[in-house]
Design a protein around this ligand. Structure first.
Ligand code: ZN
Ligand code: ZN
Length: 362
């Protein structure tokens, strides 16, 4: 029996994302089929279509999603039909060197960026799916380790965000930066990830949490997430941050944009011996220049945080419990509830820096 469904497809570089009818493959051993119920519009999807990344085409967009398992292949033990699950765009194999050494977020089987084929076809030809998922679609076929069961009480729209923005932002604060009570945290770029980082910094007991974005429009969202200060980004950003931190600079800067210019701004706004955590995924040719003497004398640390430096199988269910227990409030994160057909308009809003997360509900 063939299954057809609708998905949001980009047919070639520079062409618009459009709904198209896709044919689902029969699922194989170890695979599951998920009916998508909510899918968030993440900046990495925008990067797939605005030239920042150069994925293969045709491509089904989307990777931040939650849904319901509707079919399981042979030997699947992790999920049953009817389970509510968060989709994991970088599942750990639990067998490679990284997984064996406690760094499953760097799993050697992870595809890292872009896209791969999973048997879906468009007009009889194979298509690629973003980060192994292609979640802006009615259904997703994935290996069983790409689903993380969560309690049925958790709303799908919240569950979707746990799979990318929230895990990434909160993991950057807790796991990579290791923010301690009283420390000053600067967060640059207030999309879904940045706002999640602000909330996590607050929850970690940070002193000042200084939120930065390009327009005043994000101020209300930043404050709702727990920011103590809001600064509109400008050429004088490092001076502005020093003025707010007794001339010292921030203990931590969390860069959630993925641009050389903002990574440098984060570096300069951090105190001597402080730490810069790069969360944003930037372009391959956007070079960050730092002086050799500055690297030595500033004694700062520059780290990257991939997928929140988290063991997703442990931390996503933990985040779900925090939401259900009222310890983690994500209400402010979702600013637009949309249909699949409205996702391209959400990319436009994101390009203009408007709103926080748009979530497609299916
Ligand atoms: Zn994402
Ligand atoms: Zn692995």
């Amino acid at each position: 029996m063939s299954h057809y469904m609708t998905g949001l497809v980009v047919r070639g570089a520079g062409t618009p994302a459009q709904l198209a009818e896709l044919r689902l493959p029969e699922i194989g051993p170890g695979q599951v089929r998920i009916k998508v119920r909510a899918a968030g519009v993440c900046h990495s999807d925008l990067s797939m279509i605005n030239g920042t990344l150069r994925p293969p085409h045709p491509l089904v967009l989307g990777h931040e999603a939650a849904g319901e398992v509707v079919e399981v292949g042979a030997h699947v033990t992790r999920a049953q039909v009817g389970d509510h699950v968060v989709l994991n765009w970088q599942p750990a194999c639990r067998n490679c060197w990284y997984c064996d050494h406690g760094e499953p977020w760097l799993c050697a089987t992870s595809h890292g960026v872009a896209a791969l084929e999973n048997g879906l076809t468009l007009d009889g030809a194979p298509v690629h799916v973003t980060l192994g998922l292609g979640a802006f679609a009615e259904q997703v076929v994935a290996p069983e380790n790409a689903v993380i069961p969560v309690p049925r009480e958790l709303p799908f729209e919240v569950a979707a965000l746990l799979g990318c923005a929230v895990l990434t932002g909160s993991g950057a604060i807790r796991n990579t930066a290791g923010v301690k009570p009283g420390e000053t945290v600067l967060v640059i770029g207030l999309g879904g990830v940045g706002l999640s980082a602000v909330a996590a910094a607050r929850a970690a007991g940070a002193g000042k949490v200084i939120a930065v974005d390009v327009t005043e429009a994000k101020k209300g969202l930043a404050e709702a997430a727990g920011a103590t200060d809001f600064v509109v980004s400008s050429d004088s950003l490092s001076k502005d941050i020093r003025d707010l931190t007794g001339k010292l600079g921030a203990d931590h800067a969390i860069e959630c944009v993925g641009r050389a210019s903002t990574i440098r701004a984060a570096w300069r706004a951090t105190r001597r011996g402080g730490q810069v955590t790069v969360v944003g995924m930037g372009a391959a040719d956007d070079m960050v220049q730092l002086a050799a003497l500055d690297i030595f004398s500033s004694a700062r640390t520059l780290k990257a945080s991939v997928y929140g430096q988290a063991d997703t199988d442990i931390e996503v269910p933990a985040l779900a419990r925090d939401v259900l227990d009222g310890k983690l409030n994500l209400d402010h994160l979702i600013t637009d509830r949309i249909t699949l057909a409205e996702v391209p308009a959400a990319f436009d809003r994101m390009s203009r820096g408007e709103g926080a997360r748009s979530v497609a509900l299916l």
